[in-house]
Design a protein around this ligand. Structure first.
Ligand code: ASP
Length: 438
């Protein structure tokens, strides 16, 4: 049995958190492979080490003195080491980075990757595990994708009987230069390690007890989702939930490795299990797995009499958007009308030009734009082939006086998506949660 474990920034924030990580690992001898993030915030006002590293690099670019920021990075690591009482020459590691900064011989990617590197060095010394550098096994292709075959093979060769600690977030380009994933990318390192080693489970340890059914800033104390499929997770993340880095799922899904999201601060909570499928539902009456959404969408709607019989209208409309490189999120349609929905931010700079081109190329009878629209998604695999679900959802919203501006359902019936005015966004999510998720 092998469990690959990844600990996020809040689990690495100070010595107390390191100790919690150690007890979690000691509780299960299968937890032999550990991936770590850079130290995160100890409280709301604190800074993430990765942010401080980016800031340091920006200072070097503008020739501004970065000593104060670098000292914060320096002190933080020395303090964790001293509080843990481990024997490790952190001063030398940190001074090496400082020298390279002063010489301007360190790239931005390499500099920001040092947060994970230093965390992993500290954690390996604290646990008495072996430190395995991500630079020794994660290989990028020139196009920025990961060469999975080579990387997996390199990691397999490095693993022995002893536990290992790997820094998240980075690997190397074919020429040996360090390259990072995008922000939050330590999740991907963990997924790659799990896939390389054919782990039985990939445990992703955070500071919440799993993926929540709704945003806790909107719904008070939402429950965690016990089980979610990869497909549902994709729907939830696409529609707004911030869960795992989007590159995470692919390597583990390919190998059918379940992902378990857990809470370092509440290790007894079972968290959320993410798998391809589940045998039977925990609660057969519950049809919504999670509720999510985003604000600030725009809807361009056009109508044209006889449109349903005319070939190519939709293509012409989409071609205009394609010309402006606009990706649309939804395209609900009626018989003689169609709308396209996309984030306002993406369409704002070229809106009038787009409207002009639609008039010219499609010649609609009416053309309107509505903004301040929020999109809400109710996601759940148990909604499929079950009559009456959307009726229940819309009845609940109607009773609460929420006007629905758009409705869309994916062909796999994994979600019901609807648009409401921005001002009704939070209320809509609360109505759904209180009616169907509690
Ligand atoms: N430390 C990096 C970040 O803050 C990567 C990670 O934590 O996953 O984005």
């Amino acid at each position: 049995m092998l469990k690959v474990t990844k600990f996020g920034g809040s689990s690495m924030a100070d010595a107390g958190q390191y100790r919690k990580v150690r007890s979690i690992l000691e509780a299960d001898p299968a937890r032999k492979v550990v991936i770590v993030s850079a130290a995160g915030k100890r409280d709301k006002k604190d800074h993430k080490i990765t942010d401080l590293l980016y800031l340091t690099y920006a200072h070097t670019q503008y020739g501004v003195d970065y000593s104060r920021i670098f000292d914060m990075i320096y002190d933080r690591h020395i303090q964790i080491r001293d509080d843990l009482g481990v024997d490790l020459n952190m001063e030398r590691e940190l001074k090496d980075i400082r020298v390279r900064l002063d010489e301007k011989s360190i790239s931005q990617d390499e500099l920001v990757s040092r947060g994970e590197y230093l965390s992993a060095k500290l954690m390996a010394a604290f646990l008495d595990f072996e430190f395995v550098d991500a630079a020794d096994w994660i290989r990028f292709n020139l196009d920025g994708s990961v060469d999975r075959e080579t990387s997996y093979e390199l990691l397999r060769r490095r693993v022995g009987k002893k536990g290992i600690v790997i820094p998240g977030f980075y690997g190397v380009m074919p020429d040996g230069h360090i390259r990072t994933f995008s922000r939050g990318g330590s999740d991907i390192t963990g997924a790659l390690a799990a896939a390389a080693l054919d782990a039985d489970v990939y445990e992703n340890w955070t500071d919440v007890s799993g993926i929540l059914m709704a945003d806790p800033r909107i719904v008070e104390n939402p429950q965690a989702i016990p089980q979610v499929t990869y497909d549902e997770l994709r729907e939830l993340s696409y529609s707004g939930a911030q869960v795992l880095h989007e590159g995470t799922i692919f390597p583990v899904r390919e190998k059918n490795i379940p992902v378990n999201i857990r809470n370092t601060n509440a290790p007894m909570d079972p968290g959320t299990m993410i798998q391809e499928s589940f045998d039977s539902p925990i609660d057969p009456d519950r049809f919504i797995t999670g509720i999510t959404g985003k604000k600030n969408f725009s809807i361009i709607s056009m109508s044209k009499r006889g449109m349903s019989n005319e070939v190519g209208v939709l293509r012409k409309l989409l071609t205009v958007l394609e010309r402006h490189n606009i990706s649309i999120d939804y395209a609900p349609n009626g018989i003689d009308n169609v709308s396209v929905v996309m984030p306002t931010e993406s369409i704002e700079p070229c809106l009038y030009q787009i409207l002009d081109e639609i008039k010219r190329d499609v010649n609609p009878d009416t053309l309107d734009v509505h903004d301040q629209i929020a999109v809400v998604a109710a996601v759940g695999r148990h909604m499929a082939y079950r009559p009456g679900i959307s009726g229940k959802i819309f009845a609940a919203l109607g009773k609460a006086g929420i006007n629905i501006r758009m409705i869309n359902q994916g062909p796999d019936e994994l979600n019901i998506i609807f648009g409401v005015d921005n001002k009704d966004f939070e209320a809509a999510i609360r109505v759904l949660y209180n009616s169907f998720a509690k």
